[in-house]
Ligand binder design. Structure first.
Ligand SMILES: Cc1cc2nc3c(=O)[nH]c(=O)nc-3n(C[C@H](O)[C@H](O)[C@H](O)COP(=O)(O)OP(=O)(O)OC[C@H]3O[C@@H](n4cnc5c(N)ncnc54)[C@H](O)[C@@H]3O)c2cc1C
Length: 300
């Protein structure tokens, strides 16, 4: 099927879909060329219809949450990007909250606080969706998704079946989950929290947000910590000690405020970011013998 015919089939099934979709405005890095297609399914049926159409037409599909941890290729991405943000229902039952993978993680921590539920204070300030946070096992200030998640339902794109994964089946580790090695799409996740004092929960959330405002370069587009924390070190400290604060390639810069962040100072391309991260890795390795690993995910 030709691309324009494929687009017609996609729109025929009444799914919100766009052709030649500009990616930069949809990523926190504000970097990226055009995707061949972008789609915004509202439920599992639409999601599966999209995947079946993509597979039937040998079109690569890529699942995207809020693109807060993604660097999109500036020359464009030949694929259909499936944004999960519209699958965002939420249900609170006692100390448990279940929500769709497209639900905002920050909104989830606010919803928990409103019900005086403690356990998600760490997540207040982490941009992105619940699905992205589960995929990355996002964490901050001593908390991690793995410490509150009980189970997830997922779509197996091969079989079209919906399966439930227990906590242990997520194989969580530092910024790792089973989804990084098995092709499964997270549909919803359940979290078990604890009754707490609303004022204390909100106070801790405010403190966490203040720490972010004080330390992170939030006034420039970025995709969070550029590198994972190497065991026994802090990536930002190694980069700063290597003298790389403020070092630039094109529009990409090692933040003066926090060396663990590469920021888009204006007009940065994915090529600038990748060249800069290569230099950082080489310099840090030469000076300290530590090999940094990218946390941000490059999609081309
Ligand atoms: C200013 C700033 C601060 C940040 N601070 C933190 C922090 O403190 N701690 C932290 O851990 N991270 C942090 N991050 C990084 C980012 O916010 C997290 O990694 C977040 O969890 C990513 O969620 P997302 O929805 O944006 O996922 P995306 O970036 O869209 O996707 C990330 C990965 O998850 C996959 N994915 C997304 N949704 C699904 C799904 N439903 N099913 C299967 N796979 C899926 C994608 O394919 C991709 O591989 C920060 C980022 C920014 C910009």
């Amino acid at each position: 099927m030709k691309k324009n015919e494929l687009f017609t089939s996609l729109t025929d099934v009444c799914i919100e879909v766009y052709e030649n979709f500009e990616l930069a405005p949809h990523s926190t890095f504000k970097i990226g060329g055009k995707a061949s297609f972008a789609a915004f399914p509202r439920d599992e049926k639409e999601l599966f219809a999209l995947i079946s159409l993509a597979k039937g037409n040998e079109l690569r599909y890529i699942i995207v949450g809020n693109a807060s941890n993604i660097l999109f290729e500036s020359d464009g991405v030949d694929a259909i990007l499936i944004f999960m943000g519209k699958m965002c229902e939420i249900e609170v039952k006692g100390e448990k909250i279940r929500c769709g993978s497209g639900f905002s993680l920050i909104a989830l921590s606010i919803a928990a606080a409103k019900k005086s539920l403690s356990g998600l204070e760490f997540a207040y300030g982490i941009p992105g969706t619940v699905g992205g946070a589960v995929y990355m096992n996002a964490g901050a200030y001593g908390g991690e998704i793995s410490s509150v998640l009980t189970e997830s339902t997922c779509l197996d794109p091969e079989t079209g079946k919906i399966i439930t994964l227990s906590h242990d089946e997520h194989e969580f580790a530092y910024r790792k989950s089973v989804f990084q090695k098995k092709e499964l799409i997270i549909l919803s996740s359940e979290f078990k929290l604890q009754k707490g004092e609303k004022a204390k929960i909100e106070e801790l959330m405010r403190e966490n947000m203040q720490k972010r405002r004080d330390k992170q370069p939030l006034s420039f587009p970025n995709a969070g910590s550029t590198f994972k924390r190497p065991e026994g070190y802090f990536a930002g400290k190694l980069i700063e000690d290597a003298g790389l604060k403020g070092f630039c390639v094109g529009g990409a810069e090692v933040s003066e405020k926090h060396a663990g962040f590469v920021i888009n100072k204006g007009g940065a391309t994915s090529h600038d970011v990748l060249a800069l991260t290569r230099t950082i890795k080489e310099t840090v390795f030469q000076k300290f013998g530590v090999m940094l690993e990218l946390e941000i995910i490059y999609i081309k």
